[in-house]
Ligand binder design. Structure first.
Ligand code: HAM
Length: 425
C-alpha cells in the first residue's frame, strides 16, 4: 500500500475554522433570525435525494441539473444526488408529510450545505452554504414582499449596505408561452451565431441575459416579458412593488433578469453586491407556482429565496465589516500553581453556568505564556490566581485592555465578573 503523506479537502469544499468560522456562524444565524421574526419554522432535510426529484423539480435544461449535479448510485444502484438546492426537497417533504393539507401558508426556513459541480473560483464553491425560506400555499403578493423583505432585513442586520435588489416578473401560464414564442421569433430573425441560435431554441430568455456586448447590442430592442404580462400577472407584480414600497425595501426593476432554475413564475428577484466581481449574486429567489403539482402534489403556489452565506461573508469583507464578536471568551483563567489550578477549574464551571464564556490556561504553562494566551483569546478580563492569593481567599481580576488589576474575594468571583462585564457593555 502506498502511504499518503497528507490529505486535502476536495476542491471547492471549504473548511470553516476559527477565528473565521465565528463570522460564518454569525452570518448564518443573522439570516435565519430574520426569517424567525416572520414566523418561519425550521426544517432539516436530507443531504441527498433521488436524482429524479431535482431533474423534475429544477429542470433538465438548467446548468444545475445538466452539468453540475453530484450524482452517484447507492448500494442498490438507485441514482441519488447531493442536493444542489433546497426548494425541490422542501416541496418533497411538504407533500410527503401532508403539510399542504394543514393551515396555509406553510412557512419554512432551512440552513445548510448544497452541492454543485461548478468551476471553482472566488465566491463559487462546490459545497456552498445557503439560508433559505419557502412560503407555500397562498398566492398573495404581500407574501412575495414579506419573503423579499426578510432577505433585505437579514443582509442589513449584518451591516451590509452595498447591495441592490433586482426584481422582475416572469409572467404566468397564461402569458409566458405566447411571450416565449414571440421572443423566439424575434431572436431567430437576428444575425446571431449558430450556437446562440441553438440556445434561442432551448431557452430564449437566457439569451437576453447574455453578457457579450455584441449580443447585448443585437438584442437591445427585443420584446420583454414585463411588457407582455397578463392582466393578473401585471396586477400581482404591481402589488408586490407597492408592498415593498410600504415596507421601505428599495429595489430596481430589471426586466432582463434570468435565474438559473426553471421553476420560477411571476415574481423573481436577486440581491446583487458590487464588491464581489463576477459572483455578485448574494441571494435570489422567486415564485414557483407550478412546482408542487409538477412533483406530484396539489396545485399550490409558493415563493422563497436562497441566500449565499459564503458570498454574504465576502460582501462583508468587501465592505470592511465584520458580523462576529472577535472575542472567543469573556474571561481567561491564569493559574499560578497546582492548588490554584483546581480552584480555577471549579470557578470556570461556575462562571460558565452563569452564562459567562471562560477559557483557562492548560498544560502547566508559565505566567508569560498563559498571559499571551489570555490576550489571544480576546477576553476582556483575566482571572489570575496564585497559591498565596488562595490562602488569603482572594483572586486577581485583571482588565486586559488597561492592564489594571484589582484583588477580589474568590467567593465573589461570579458576581464581580458579571458586574464588570455588564459595566463594559
Ligand atoms: P440560487 O440562485 O441558485 O437559488 O442560489 C441562491 C444563492 O446561493 C445565490 O444567490 C448565491 O449567493 C448562492 N450560491 C449559488 N451557487 C453558489 C456557489 N457555487 N458558490 C457559492 N454560493 C453560491 C436557489 O438555490 C433557489 N433554491 C432559491 C429559491 C428558494 N428560490 C425559491 N426558493
Amino acid at each position: 500500500m502506498t502511504k499518503t503523506s497528507s490529505f486535502a479537502a476536495p476542491k471547492g469544499f471549504p473548511d470553516y475554522l476559527p477565528p473565521a468560522s465565528a463570522q460564518f456562524v454569525a452570518v448564518r444565524d443573522a439570516l435565519v433570525h430574520a426569517a424567525r421574526l416572520a414566523g418561519y419554522g425550521h426544517v432539516e432535510l436530507p443531504i441527498f435525494e433521488e436524482t429524479g426529484l431535482f431533474a423534475r423539480g429544477v429542470g433538465e435544461s438548467t446548468d444545475v441539473v445538466s452539468k453540475e449535479m453530484w450524482t452517484f448510485p447507492d448500494r442498490k444502484n438507485r441514482s441519488m444526488t447531493l442536493r444542489p438546492e433546497g426548494t425541490a426537497s422542501v416541496m418533497r417533504a411538504v407533500i410527503e408529510h401532508g403539510l399542504d393539507r394543514g393551515p396555509l401558508p406553510v412557512k419554512l426556513c432551512y440552513a445548510g450545505p448544497f452541492f454543485r459541480y461548478e468551476n471553482v473560483q472566488a465566491g463559487r464553491y462546490r459545497q456552498l452554504q445557503q439560508v433559505g425560506v419557502e412560503a407555500i400555499g397562498v398566492d398573495d403578493p404581500a407574501l412575495d414582499a414579506e419573503v423579499i423583505a426578510i432577505a433585505d432585513a437579514g443582509f442589513r442586520s449584518l451591516g451590509l449596505d452595498g447591495f441592490r435588489l433586482e426584481i422582475t416578473s416572469l409572467g404566468d401560464d397564461t402569458c409566458r408561452p405566447q411571450y416565449r414564442e414571440l421572443l423566439q421569433q424575434y431572436l431567430l430573425g437576428l444575425p446571431l451565431d449558430e450556437e446562440t441560435k441553438r440556445r434561442v431554441r432551448i431557452n430564449p430568455l437566457r439569451v437576453l441575459d447574455d453578457k457579450r456586448p455584441e449580443v447585448r447590442e443585437l438584442t437591445a430592442d427585443a420584446p420583454l416579458m414585463l411588457d407582455h404580462l397578463s392582466e393578473s400577472a401585471k396586477a400581482h407584480f404591481d402589488q408586490v412593488l407597492g408592498y415593498l414600497d410600504a415596507l421601505g425595501v428599495p429595489y430596481v426593476v430589471n426586466p432582463r433578469m434570468v435565474r438559473g432554475l426553471d421553476y420560477y413564475t411571476k415574481t423573481t428577484f436577486e440581491f446583487v453586491h458590487d464588491g464581489l466581481g463576477a459572483q455578485s449574486g448574494i441571494g435570489g429567489g422567486g415564485r414557483y407556482d407550478g412546482l408542487m403539482a409538477e412533483l406530484g402534489g396539489q396545485p399550490l403556489s409558493g415563493i422563497g429565496f436562497g441566500l449565499g452565506v459564503d458570498r454574504a461573508i465576502l460582501a462583508l469583507e468587501a465592505e470592511g465589516k465584520t458580523a462576529a464578536d472577535p472575542a472567543r471568551v469573556d474571561v481567561f483563567g491564569v493559574p499560578l500553581g497546582e492548588a490554584a489550578k483546581s480552584r480555577l477549574v471549579e470557578l470556570a464551571g461556575r462562571l460558565r453556568a452563569a452564562g459567562i464564556r471562560v477559557d483557562l490556561s492548560y498544560g502547566g504553562r508559565g505566567v508569560k505564556g498563559a498571559m499571551k494566551s489570555a490576550d489571544r483569546s480576546g477576553a476582556k478580563y483575566a482571572l489570575v490566581l496564585g497559591d498565596r492569593d488562595l490562602a488569603e481567599g482572594e483572586i486577581g481580576l485583571k482588565d486586559l485592555s488597561t492592564g489594571d488589576q484589582q484583588q477580589i474575594r474568590i467567593d465573589d468571583t461570579v458576581a464581580a465578573v458579571t458586574a464588570a462585564l455588564a459595566a463594559d457593555r
